[in-house]
Write a protein that binds this ligand. Structure first.
Ligand SMILES: O=C(O)CCC(=O)C(=O)O
Length: 270
């Protein structure tokens, strides 16, 4: 998949791109099936809602080994619609995944994520430069009611903000404080809700400010995230590094797979 110059310029200006229904319903169904399968496992890399609760984050499904490995997710991570696009936006063919995850925001209970930049955390993982981008795929329709993402357009150009540890929600993370957020929101265009049908993809710069709301709907909202980094930008050593499933030490460059690889892999597994 080749991006146009207009799309690349828009990504550089706004910090994100959205592609409605880029993945076909059958591909999304195959990936959802894998989420169901892996969510029944009891494995490292599955973060639960409280002790023994339902999975809320499932990590490392793109790898070839490990308990959460999924050949369908490997194929998803190596598509020209994902890896190929990330290569063009990062102007580098040698990319690996810092991590990948599926966020399951449970019906009624799934909670908000405060405003943050992904590079707020990833810099603390030992990554020097914001040469990273995330491909997000909607596995369900995403709506304002069920806790879609919001992007603050252009905010990646503010560069990395010093984050603070926000433990006020179920998803504890390095976030940008309320006062600074109000200043930044006065400076940039209004936040945009990232809604769409299942199969829609959004690509966001690692310094783009984003957040998401509570899931008030009666259905779960599942989204898959592929966080690409340049091999040359892999993390240096830090004290108390996070586990491998969020701070990958597999820096081998990913290879492109054919466009039909998700469905072909699913057929082989059946
Ligand atoms: O899935 C969501 O609602 C938010 C996820 C997010 O912002 C993140 O993973 O950085």
């Amino acid at each position: 998949m080749r991006l146009t110059k207009e799309q690349i310029d828009r990504y550089d200006r706004d910090g994100f791109l959205v592609f409605p229904e880029l993945f076909a319903p059958a591909e999304v169904a195959a990936l959802r099936g894998e989420v169901d399968r892996v969510s029944r496992l009891d494995a490292e890399g599955i973060v639960r809602e409280g002790e023994g609760g339902r999975p809320k984050i499932m990590l490392r499904m793109h790898e070839r080994d490990g308990p959460t490995a999924s050949p369908e997710y490997r194929a998803f991570a190596c598509q020209s619609r994902t890896l190929g696009v990330a290569r063009q936006l990062l102007r580098d063919d040698a990319l690996y995944l810092h991590h990948s995850k599926v966020n399951l925001k449970a019906a009624i209970e799934g909670s908000a994520w405060p405003w943050h930049q992904d590079f707020g955390t990833w810099h603390l993982d030992g990554i020097a430069r914001p040469a990273m981008t995330t491909v997000m795929l909607m596995l369900d329709d995403s709506t304002e009611m069920n806790g879609c993402l919001y992007f603050l357009p252009g905010s990646h150009r503010a560069n990395r903000q010093v984050p603070y540890w926000d433990d006020s929600t179920a998803y504890q993370l390095w976030a940008v404080g309320p006062e600074r957020m109000c200043e930044l929101m006065a400076k940039y265009p209004s936040p945009v809700p990232v809604t769409g049908r299942a199969g829609t993809v959004a690509i966001l710069h690692c310094n783009l400010l984003h957040a998401s709301g509570h899931n008030l709907s009666a259905n779960d909202r599942r989204q898959a995230y592929l966080c690409y980094n340049q091999v040359a930008n892999h993390p240096h050593e830090v004290e108390n590094p996070r586990p491998d499933y969020v701070r990958s030490l597999n820096w081998n460059p990913l290879e492109l797979m054919p466009d039909d690889a998700i469905l072909a892999t699913a057929r082989e597994a059946a």
